[in-house]
Write a protein that binds this ligand. Structure first.
Ligand code: NAP
Length: 264
């Protein structure tokens, strides 16, 4: 497939940009609002909220690999078929340093993870195709192709630092959770250490910081919509998990907040 075919296929030429790209971007923000609202009333049915009535189950590892692979592939295809600059390659590295880990390393570290309803990975696949398209199309096809001057801009420097600080918080917090279980254990325990001193769900906080950093470094609405979607999806679950911890463990540390230190 040549580059023009791909460009046409994803609707990125002339007026089609107006007709397809921006509606896709604004609809993602609309969906984020609906999800944030729905999650006030119902918890996504995986992990500690797994329950009957949500269709067939798949093993957690398979679910993770299935749902995150489109995030790895979509941006790769758009990069190969688009304009590669030094800066774009750096953005691609940021993205893939997250998604290669999340898709092909993290799932194989989990211990005693509950299976998930197939509909969870299916919905995540839709999101990852959509989000991968928005970010990849902007970076490699539609957006301004900034020169290396951007490497010295405050947005880029602060954005990349925030991205990796968020990633460090996210991975460290995931590691603490995974180590709480010995082989064969499927129970829940109180996590301690790292950012758990401040919040119940530091992995979600780290993930949010990461994508805020990405939005800043790329200075793009696509990056911003991803950060907004991450908060819409993860913050309500963090609040639910926080309440669950407080109800389940009488000795749960009283000073912890849900996801934003000292705030929420
Ligand atoms: N960008 C996004 O929108 C997005 C969306 C979802 C997840 N994520 C990221 O994916 C990662 C995983 O998040 P998640 O929501 O799937 O799961 P999670 O609640 O962080 O759980 C991860 C693993 O730890 C286990 N676990 C959780 N709490 C535990 C406890 N108190 N004691 C012992 N084990 C515990 C879970 O087991 P069970 O399966 O048995 O509960 C699961 O195997 C996070 O880093 C998150 O930021 C990102």
């Amino acid at each position: 497939m040549n580059r023009h075919l791909i460009s046409d296929a994803v609707g990125m030429k002339g007026n089609r940009v107006e007709q397809f790209y921006y509606p896709a971007l604004y609809s993602l923000l609309g969906v984020a609002a609906v999800i944030a609202l729905s999650l006030q009333f119902v918890n996504a049915p995986y992990g500690r909220y797994l329950r009957n009535g949500w269709g067939p189950l798949v093993p957690a590892r398979l679910g993770w690999v299935l749902m995150e692979t489109p995030a790895v592939l979509t941006i790769t295809i758009l990069a190969i078929t688009g304009t590669m600059t030094l800066l774009n390659v750096l953005f691609l590295c940021l993205w893939q340093s997250h998604y290669l880990y999340r898709t092909y390393v993290f799932p194989f570290r989990l211990r005693g993870a509950r299976p998930m309803p197939l509909m969870v990975p299916l919905m995540a696949i839709v999101f990852n195709l959509w989000n991968g398209f928005l970010n990849g199309a902007w970076l490699f096809h539609l957006g301004p192709h900034r020169g290396t001057d951007w490497l010295h801009s405050p947005q880029f420097i602060i954005g990349v630092l925030a991205f990796y600080a968020g990633m460090a918080i996210n991975r460290h917090s995931d590691r603490i959770l995974v180590k709480l279980r010995r082989d064969g254990d499927t129970g829940y325990h109180i996590p301690h250490g790292g950012m758990y001193r401040y919040v119940s769900m530091p992995s979600y906080l780290g993930e949010f910081i990461q994508w805020c950093g990405f939005a800043l470094a790329t200075w793009s609405l696509a990056g911003l919509s991803f950060a907004v979607f991450t908060a819409a999806n993860l913050f309500p679950r963090a609040v639910a998990n926080h309440r669950w911890y407080q109800k389940t463990f009488a000795d749960y540390p009283p000073d912890r907040r849900a996801v934003l230190p000292f705030l929420l």
